[in-house]
Every structure is written in C-alpha cells, then in structure tokens.
Write a protein that binds this ligand. Sequence first.
Ligand code: SF4
Length: 359
Amino acid sequence: MSPRPLLQVEDLVKHFPVRQGLFGRARASVRAVQGVSFNLQAGQTLGVVGESGCGKSTLGRLVLRLIEPTAGRVVFDGVDLGQLDAAALRAQRRHVQIIFQDPFSSLNPRMTVGQMLTEPLALHGLHAGRHRERVAELLQTVGLAPEHAQRYPHEFSGGQRQRVGIARALAVEPRLIVCDEAVSALDVSVQAQVVNLLQDLQQRLGLAYIFIAHDLAVVKHIATHIAVMYLGRIVEWADKATLFATPRHPYTQALLAAIPVPEPGLDPRQRVLLQGDVPSPTHPPEGCAFHTRCPHAQPRCQQDVPALGDPGGGQGHAVACHLWREIESPAALRPPPPRSDGQALRLLRLQSAFLPTSS
Ligand code: SF4
C-alpha cells in the first residue's frame, strides 16, 4: 500500500468575480482553476506547466491557502486546511512555504537579510536564543556566507537574492515549498545553479516541491512528476520520464515540440504549431477547452469535457483527451481514402441489396 500522500488536492475550483458598473456587481467570473485534483508524496517534485493565465500560480496560492477556494479541498498530511481556524492555519503555514519569481520585489528593501531571516523564526517561536546562529546556518545552507546577514537586498545579484528567498522559505523548516516561477527571471547559468541547489536541499531535507513554470525545459531537470495545465484544468499528468517519452495530449505535444534543441536538423520531433491565442478564462470554450486550437479536434470535442482520471492516485499516466489513443496511432484519425469508380459501383450494388423492396 502506498504511504499517505503529503498533499491531497481534491476538485479544487477558484473563480474570481469580475465586477463592473457603478455598484461593482459581479457580471462574470474568471474561471482560474476548474476541478484540479492530484496527490503529492514527500520527497517528490510536481512540475506544473502551462501558458500564462492557465491557472498554475492560482493553484499554488490555493495550496498555500493564501486565497480561499470556491470549492474543493486541500489536505496536508491528513489535515483538511479548510477546517482550520485562523490560529491553527497560521501554525500550519510553517509547513508550506513559497519562493516567488522576482526575489527583489519579494524581499523588504529596508531590512537586512539577517532581519528578514530572523522574522519568521520569531513569529513561529523557533530556535529561541540562537537566532544569530540559525541565520548563519541558513545562509550557509543556500551557499551564502554568514557575513551576508548584514547586507540589504540591493547589494546582491539576482541569483544571490533568490538564494536569500530560498533561505527565508527554509527558515521555518517546511515540508513542502511552492516555487512559483522561481527561476524564470534568472539567467540560464544562474537558473541551473538554483535548480541544483533546490535538488540538493530536497535530498538533504526530504522536501516536496510544487515547481511552477511556463516552460517544460525548466521543469525537466527538477520534476519527478509533471502536470500540464490548460485554462484552469490539468490536461495531462505523468511521471517525468513517461511524459517526455510518450506525451499523449496534443497540448503537451505542442509544448514539447517548442523546446529548442542544439541541432534542429537532427531533431526527430514533429513540429506541432498551435494556432491562435489562449481563449479567455472568463468565457472558456464548451467541451474540451483546447478544441479551438487542437489540430485533431472532432465534433465531439466541442460538447463533452474529457475526463482526466486520477492523477497520482495509482494511475501512471492520466490524460484529458477523447482521442489520445487515435492520436497515438494516427491512421485511425484520417478520413477514409477516396474510392475508385469500380469500388463505388460495387458499394452501391451492395447497399441496394439491403434496401427494402416495395410491395
Ligand atoms: Fe483535441 Fe479533442 Fe483531445 Fe481536446 S479532446 S485535445 S480537442 S482531440
């Protein structure tokens, strides 16, 4: 039997009202997250990828309970976060932390790094009487020097600032960290250093990550599992090796095809070009939300929402597409070949033989 998941997300929904007019009445709603479910075990990294506006950052904030869900549950280590009162939720927050995309705007410019790292320790009553030593330990853990505690955020490079952000997240000894586009604003070489640091910390401390990025190439190096999101829904979920070897959803195939390769002439992948823009999350298309851009869309796709299955619940590879089997063997998708005159005549005779005779 598999151990109890560290995190269970069940049918999570978040709609933001769009208020207009003199009285600010809600005229519509942005359907940011629509029925997302998955499990995550300790020590795993779930990479969440998708284009801007697909709901991945909202999902991260719902897991942290920074915003209230419209519906659904977030269960952390067996505790339903929706059932906690304000004091219990504050205490619980220690176990789930976040690293933001822009380390500069997420750090207080008027505080030294030492003050910033001491603040969460004092808030949660941790390491009382030895804050200075703990700050030095944290800085060394993320590859900075204890002397850096005296500096202000503007005195660091972008990569160093992100290390400070990681140290601050680690200060309260969390078990899960949501990395919200944590390396997207960094140079490629610095990205690699920060990703390596996060992997090293995961091995040493047994952390779980939700690693949010708009690019599959970035999550490839850190994720153990990947969820691909489109317009508020997970459309494909699998372990990393499976997803990269056999992507089943046309959207995942398009994202993979967009990853640059060093020698394009030797690239065996088929180019899958997406047409048009992502539809508005205020009025997402009926049926499969991807049908307006999908090269394989059939009439059925405009009516029925494809089900995903049970990501992380024992099912190895979940995909929300009516036609993924046919897409894997493309001959099944092609229209029947045109018939020759002789074949058409034989078919006509065959059909006539079954027509009812008039009496
Ligand atoms: Fe494309 Fe239809 Fe599959 Fe949606 S359900 S991804 S429109 S083939």
